[in-house]
Design a protein around this ligand. Structure first.
Ligand SMILES: Nc1ncnc2c1ncn2[C@@H]1O[C@H](COP(=O)(O)OP(=O)(O)OP(=O)(O)O)[C@@H](O)[C@H]1O
Length: 290
């Protein structure tokens, strides 16, 4: 009998088309799956669908069609340790798909029909009584503020260029306040930090090469000093395919972070609010076809 699988798809994501989904459904059926297509109607649906599936199924298999925002929505509806996920990269940046080495729909389908399930650890961010899981990273400070400023209309027209436009708006309204972090009990002062669960950032840019979604624990990239020049150098390094380093940038491993400053926060590319906050590792959260 064909294996039941749930296909949660965001029809507003950057790379979506009806034809692609029809082809994916056909390929899955040929590969012995019985896909049930669930199209989101709003941002909240991805999590609501995942929650309902995890309530009704003992060991659900969920394929997420969309970008990192939709994947994050699904993650936040999952029951920890219960589901197996597969990714169809239909978003704009598709960072998690790149972490998994999935660069085409054909590759994604190969993983769905014949991939190996590996256990992924995620981060859990707690702020003002709210909880949010993330698979890739949480950014506090400048990148949180840039993501807060990204306009969806611009993202639909210029894709990733919307982040550049938002960054330029931020440069004009620069925040100088320091960021205070307690990382595994050690005090660190910087200007911004990216808590990396995966190596990549914003697409194919490698920010924390030793971070790995299959190895529990974060790599914390701290940007000290807080001058626009340090960030310009960091961006240049990323664009040139170099791992950012040098004065003002430090990276260290951690599993528990407490941040007392009220700076803007993004997780997996979506703005979520402001600190203070706490971030912990959640092991064995979900299996992912890799
Ligand atoms: N039906 C919908 N209508 C409006 N927004 C949606 C809908 N479904 C999901 N969303 C939200 O749209 C946002 C962007 O979607 P998604 O991440 O899938 O694509 P993207 O922005 O093109 O790609 P990426 O995140 O990889 O850059 C997400 O935050 C998601 O929660």
């Amino acid at each position: 009998m064909a294996e039941r699988c749930f296909l949660i798809v965001n029809p507003t994501s950057g790379g979506y088309s009806r034809q692609k989904i029809a082809e994916v459904v056909n390929s899955l059926e040929r590969g012995g799956k019985a896909p049930e297509l669930l199209l989101t109607r709003c941002a909240a649906d991805a999590g609501l669908f995942a929650r309902r599936i995890c309530t009704e199924e003992a060991a659900p298999f969920i394929v997420v069609g969309g970008g990192d925002g939709t994947i994050n929505g699904v993650l936040n509806g999952l029951a920890p340790g219960k589901a197996t996920l597969a990714i169809l990269p239909l978003g704009t940046a598709n960072v998690l798909a790149k972490e998994l080495g999935i660069r085409s729909l054909e590759e994604a389908i190969r993983r769905i029909t014949g991939g190996e399930a590996r256990t992924m650890a995620v981060g859990l961010l707690e702020a003002q009584g709210e909880k949010r899981y993330f698979s890739l990273m949480a950014g506090i400070g400048v990148d949180g503020a840039v993501v807060e400023d990204v306009r969806l209309g611009e993202k639909r027209v210029v894709g990733k260029g919307a982040y550049l436009l938002a960054a330029m708006r931020r440069l004009a309204a620069w925040d100088r306040e320091p960021l205070r972090i307690r990382a595994d009990g050690r005090e660190v002062e910087c200007h911004s930090a990216v808590i990396c669960n995966g190596a990549r950032y914003g697409g194919d840019f490698v920010l924390a090469p030793t971070a790995d979604i299959f190895t529990p624990g974060f790599q914390v990239v701290c940007i000290r000093g807080g001058t626009r020049r340090t960030y310009a150098r960091l961006a240049l390094d990323l664009f040139r395919g170099r791992v950012p380093s040098g004065p003002g940038i430090t990276t260290f491993p951690a599993r528990l972070l407490e941040i007392s400053t009220a700076k803007a926060v993004q997780v997996d590319g979506d703005y979520v609010g402001r600190g203070p906050l706490r971030i912990v590792v959640v092991e064995n959260f979900v299996r992912v076809l890799a």
